[in-house]
Design a protein around this ligand. Structure first.
Ligand code: PLP
Length: 453
């Protein structure tokens, strides 16, 4: 009988995260203080993030970082997650490729985000923090953070992108169910929010506005730290449990992937999935390929510029080296698929620049079409974000059919879409249109960064 699911034991949950910075021959450029343009040190970020997260962010020597016992105990609620061979999807595509997916949708929160939320909240608690703030778009990160805060006895305040709060009301209810306070961003509760609303009263919010508000609240409140759902190195570090488990599971299946695919918002699920495999490219000469799948409506990797930019709309964060569309970039409101952040994490940006990976952009109707095929074959409704990875995997599998090539494809199913059914409804009703950003929009938005570089 063919084996479909590859399941590890609880005792096989990785006990260390993998820090790719230690193995990268070319390190990312450092974050800069925007006022002095001098490189930052870990201590400079202590007022904002948990100190341990800051140290992880700057650690370029230790390839392996111990996962604290308390975090491992929480991982046991839902890890290890299954690796699944997508036989039915392969059959539907009629491809000789062998397609596997790592199923992060089985976590009680429905996505990979909880892997880092637990770690960040644990470090905050250990360091004496009582309150945490954060931003969220579709609400996956906000929901994970709200639950993790509750698990470690912290109060959570979440700024959710206004348009997402309206389009996806169930996630704010989830966050409130776990006890978090949820505010639509931009709001009148912060200086940054007021400024943004003053400039643009109809602003529908972006991750950039929500980050500004959450950072401002954390900076202004004693014993309160900010937490982030993606982009930064330490968040990606925590997500490497995905790839480390997947590596052992691929061994169980007796294969190694030729191509590893993940969707791309800020880079944490991509890095978490890909980096443990990429260490073999760095260390052992492996030839595995890596593909990040981003939405055509927010195409920072495929069409953005590599330069220093702020991580948020108000310019509160350090300057980060990234492929970016500009921190003022506003993704089209018709885009239902998530992944709307304007920039890419510094590590991934460097890897893309160095040719260690590639990126593809996916139109939203193509993403949902692939999501539907996946749902109808594998029986799981994927998150709209994950649909981008599925679309890229289907593309690869179709190419394999055309070339008669039996590649092994691995993608990360970053989450399920059961709270995103309005997006599916729009798609099924034929109400979703594709939106491609014009070169002019990108040029204008990126042009505003000239003074920062
Ligand atoms: C947040 C999210 C993503 C994007 O992940 P990044 O780490 O920001 O790239 C992808 N899929 C799901 C389900 C998400 O919730």
């Amino acid at each position: 009988m063919k084996q479909k699911r590859f399941i590890l034991q609880e005792s096989q949950i990785p006990t260390q995260w993998y820090n790719i910075l230690a193995d990268m021959p070319v390190k990312p450029m450092p974050p800069l203080n925007p006022a002095t343009k001098q490189p930052l040190k870990a201590e400079d970020l202590f007022p904002v993030f948990a100190e341990e997260c800051c140290r992880q962010e700057f650690d370029q020597t230790n390839a392996w970082i111990d996962i604290p016992e308390e975090v491992l105990d929480m991982y046991k609620y839902y890890r290890p997650t299954p690796l699944v061979r997508a036989y039915a999807l392969e059959k539907a595509i009629d491809t000789p490729a062998r397609i596997y997916f790592k199923n992060e949708s089985v976590s009680p929160l429905g996505s990979h985000k909880i892997n880092s939320a637990l770690a960040q909240c644990y470090y905050c608690k250990r360091e004496g923090t009582t309150n945490v703030t954060t931003e969220t778009g579709a609400g996956q990160w906000g929901a994970a953070l709200s639950y993790a805060a509750r698990a470690f006895g912290l109060e959570a305040a979440v700024y959710q992108v206004k348009i997402s709060l309206r389009q996806k009301p169930y996630r704010s209810m989830l966050m409130r169910t776990f006890g978090a306070e949820v505010t639509g961003s931009p709001s009148m509760s912060t200086r940054a929010g007021k400024d943004i609303i003053t400039r643009d009263p109809a602003h529908q919010g972006s991750l950039g506005t929500a980050i500004s508000e959450a950072v401002e609240l954390a900076a202004a409140t004693p014993h309160c730290k900010y937490t982030l759902g993606s982009v930064l190195g330490h968040v990606t570090l925590h997500q490497t449990v995905i790839g480390l488990e997947a590596e052992r599971q691929m061994e169980m299946a007796g294969e190694m992937p030729d191509v590893v695919i993940a969707c791309f918002g800020g880079g944490s699920n991509f890095g978490g999935t890909a980096f443990p495999f990429m260490r073999h490219n760095f260390r052992d000469g492996a030839r595995t390929e890596y593909v990040a799948a981003e939405p055509a409506s927010c195409p920072k990797l495929t069409r953005g510029k590599f330069c220093y930019d702020f991580g948020d709309e108000a310019g509160y964060t350090p300057l980060l080296p990234m492929f970016t569309l500009g921190h003022g970039f506003k993704p089209a409101n018709i885009h239902a698929g998530g992944l709307r952040y304007h920039g890419a994490g510094a590590i991934v940006s460097q890897l893309l620049k160095d040719g260690m990976m590639r990126a593809v952009d996916i139109a939203q109707t193509e993403a949902f079409s692939a999501g539907l095929l996946f749902a109808r074959t594998e029986g799981i409704v994927p998150a709209p974000e994950s649909c981008h990875a599925i679309a890229a995997a289907v593309d690869e599998a179709v190419k394999c059919r055309e070339r008669g090539e039996g590649k092994v494809i691995l993608f990360n199913l970053s989450g399920h879409g059961l709270v995103d059914m309005t997006a599916y409804e729009q798609y099924l009703n034929g109400d979703l249109a594709d939106y491609t950003v014009t070169d002019d929009e990108i040029r204008k938005s990126v042009g505003k960064l000239a003074g920062l570089n």
